[in-house]
Design a protein around this ligand. Structure first.
Ligand SMILES: *[C@@H]1O[C@H](CO)[C@@H](O)[C@H](O)[C@H]1NC(C)=O
Ligand SMILES: *[C@@H]1O[C@H](CO)[C@@H](O)[C@H](O)[C@H]1NC(C)=O
Ligand SMILES: *[C@@H]1O[C@H](CO)[C@@H](O)[C@H](O)[C@H]1NC(C)=O
Ligand SMILES: *[C@@H]1O[C@H](CO)[C@@H](O)[C@H](O)[C@H]1NC(C)=O
Ligand SMILES: *[C@@H]1O[C@H](CO)[C@@H](O)[C@H](O)[C@H]1NC(C)=O
Ligand SMILES: *[C@@H]1O[C@H](CO)[C@@H](O)[C@H](O)[C@H]1NC(C)=O
Ligand SMILES: [Cu+2]
Length: 536
């Protein structure tokens, strides 16, 4: 224990600072789109406070659970999305995978070790659908020696652009409504809750609602801005563009990529991009557009989601030009497959066969199945175990951990090339699959491939599956821990669209990669398991 602490502080001393923050979670009334509702907030804010650090820093966040509103989840856990957490899975924050939830009135100190990672990340509750109700915010790790620094002039918290969807009722309220109304297809088929609005930097409007002032991003003519786009929505996908300004993409999901000029870019739940905007147009106000759509065929259409790019000395007003509706005419549409990683490109295993291939076929179990209310992967609906996967592994005997069929946990060995095929008979637009513990190479995406030489590298991929072009991703097992792979549409995730990879269970228990949770972590389950059901 002492040793772990000591090495932590030595690590901080050797590389950077110790960044400490208090996150107090409370339920409070807010009205980001003009509609008042109770939401679950970090330090009273939506989005939560921006968490920034520099490369090499150690981040500690003390999460204090003061969630008292009975119409929302009152336990919690926080995931640091995209941070790989080597030898530190106990701080990944995924409920029932790497920890038991933090009970009401309890606190938990997360120690996050980004080590060499830099770029754009975010944090959010990882308990059921809780982040639908709030608890989400930006996490940015700046690189003082960014190899692409000469491409932009400004990169600070004012250039962070969060894209979120928003509902006028709590996730639990929506869940009960939808399961009553659609007994055959709770969140599995078309009927699932649609967001009421899209929010840019926590501000938006809903159809028929008041004219809430749009968020503004201020620029000075002649400067180049690194906008850090963060898709922190729960179902809605955004098509992002800035009128009269092209964008140069230089980062996807924390990984630097070669500059790629586009005019609009889709940002799905969980995805992030850095795009450079050159403020070289006539001094004026310009629309920032983020058309929100959803994969759901029952979705009520698009939602008007805008912000204003305001040049210094231009009037303090909205643009007078028409609002953009997506890709401008003749513009270049982003294609994921054109992204090339800046450093060490190339898929693990090259064009040779992977050591293990997992063919994950997914789809809803709904129509025609009277009890179907689920999403399945290879015919299994993921259900959280009562003993978190990490605790199960750490407390297992010499014969290794046992997993029940519904915790759909696949064991993978260290130093192997893993390929995952994400396949759905549904086709259509994408389900954004996110893997914890690894960034992966997208050797085949819906827009092209295969490419083993320099495919895009990221941590959320849209699996728009057609029969001949399923998405294929690859990673090398160099990070012992239990890592969940799940759809980032929260309604799908809670309905079972997930699997867990138990990576190197032996290595988790002993050896140089082993994981040593502290006493506070060890007490989480004891406290949580004693809670009355309605507080769990
Ligand atoms: C948490 O504290 C509140 C008062 O602040 C109390 O009403 C509630 O019962 C407490 N919850 C638990 C689980 O102890
Ligand atoms: C949930 O529904 C209840 C009952 O209609 C209502 O009182 C409450 O305000 C709702 N809560 C939220 C956050 O939507
Ligand atoms: C942008 O500039 C205006 C003044 O034109 C100021 O009122 C506003 O607070 C600024 N917004 C941000 C996000 O800095
Ligand atoms: C912005 O682009 C539109 C459409 O191409 C054009 O009509 C308009 O003049 C441009 N605005 C400015 C200020 O350049
Ligand atoms: C503005 O900047 C963009 C991106 O750097 C560039 O392609 C374009 O030519 C510039 N336009 C003007 C009018 O300087
Ligand atoms: C993956 O599984 C699906 C459904 O069983 C099957 O149609 C497909 O051919 C499989 N793909 C590969 C590459 O094995
Ligand atoms: Cu999905």
């Amino acid at each position: 224990m002492l040793l772990v602490l000591l090495s932590l502080f030595l690590a901080a001393a050797a590389h950077g600072a110790l960044v400490y923050r208090d996150f107090e979670l409370t339920a409070q009334e807010i009205s980001p789109d003009g509609f008042k509702r109770n939401a679950e907030l970090v330090n009273g804010m939506f989005p939560g406070p921006v968490l920034t650090a520099n490369k090499g820093d150690v981040i500690q966040v003390n999460v204090k659970n003061r969630l008292l509103d009975p119409t929302m989840d009152r336990s919690t856990s926080i995931h640091w999305h995209g941070i790989l957490q080597p030898r530190n899975a106990q701080n990944d924050g995924a409920s029932f995978v790497t920890q038991c939830p933090i009970a009401q009135n309890q606190s938990f100190l997360y120690t996050i070790l980004p080590e060499e990672q830099t770029g754009t990340y975010w944090y959010h509750s990882h308990l059921k659908t809780q982040y639908v109700d709030g608890i989400r915010g930006a996490l940015v790790i700046y690189d003082p020696d960014d190899p692409q620094r000469d491409l932009y002039d400004v990169d600070d918290p004012s250039t962070i652009v969060t894209l979120a969807d928003w509902y006028h009722e709590s996730a639990l309220n929506l869940t009960s409504k939808f399961s009553l109304a659609f007994s055959y297809a709770f969140f599995a088929g078309a009927p699932e809750p649609n967001p009421d609005s899209g929010l840019i930097n926590g501000v938006g409007r809903y159809t028929g609602g008041p004219a809430t002032p749009w968020a503004r991003i201020n620029v000075t003519a002649g400067k180049r801005y690194r906008l850090r786009l963060i898709g922190m929505s729960t179902a809605g996908a955004f098509e992002f563009s800035v009128s009269n300004h092209s964008m140069t993409v230089i980062e996807a999901d924390g990984i630097a990529h070669q500059p790629y000029v586009v005019d609009s870019i889709p940002v799905l739940p969980g995805q992030r991009y850095s795009v450079i905007i050159n403020a070289n147009q006539t001094i004026d106000n310009y629309w920032i557009g983020a058309k929100m759509t959803d994969i759901n065929p029952g979705f009520h259409g698009t939602s008007p989601t805008f912000a204003v790019l305001h040049y210094d000395t231009a009037p303090d007003a909205d643009p007078t030009a028409p609002q953009p509706t997506g890709l401008p005419e003749g513009g270049i549409e982003f294609q994921e497959f054109n992204l090339i990683p800046l450093q060490n490109p190339g898929a693990p295993g090259g064009d040779g066969p992977a050591d293990h291939v997992f063919n994950l076929t997914f789809g809803p179990d709904a129509i025609g199945h009277p009890n179907g209310d689920s999403w399945l992967i290879n015919d299994i609906q993921y259900k959280s175990p009562s003993v978190p996967t990490l605790l199960n592994i750490l407390s297992s005997g010499s014969s290794g951990p046992q997993f029940t069929p519904s915790e759909h946990t696949l064991t993978i060995q260290p130093n192997a090339v893993i390929e995952i095929i994400l396949f759905t008979l549904l086709g259509g637009a994408g389900h954004p699959f996110h893997l914890h513990g690894h960034a992966f190479d997208v050797v085949q995406s819906s827009s092209g491939g295969p490419n083993y030489i320099n495919p895009p590298r990221r941590d959320v991929v849209a699996s728009s599956g057609t029969t001949d072009k399923p998405v294929r991703i690859r990673f090398r097992t160099d990070n012992a821990g239990p890592w969940i792979l799940h759809c980032h549409i929260e309604w799908h995730f809670t309905a079972g669209l997930a699997v867990v990879f138990a990576e190197d269970p032996q290595g988790i228990k002993k050896g140089p990669e082993s994981i040593h949770p502290n006493k506070q972590w060890g007490q989480l389950c004891d406290i949580y398991n004693k809670l009355p059901t309605e507080l769990q």
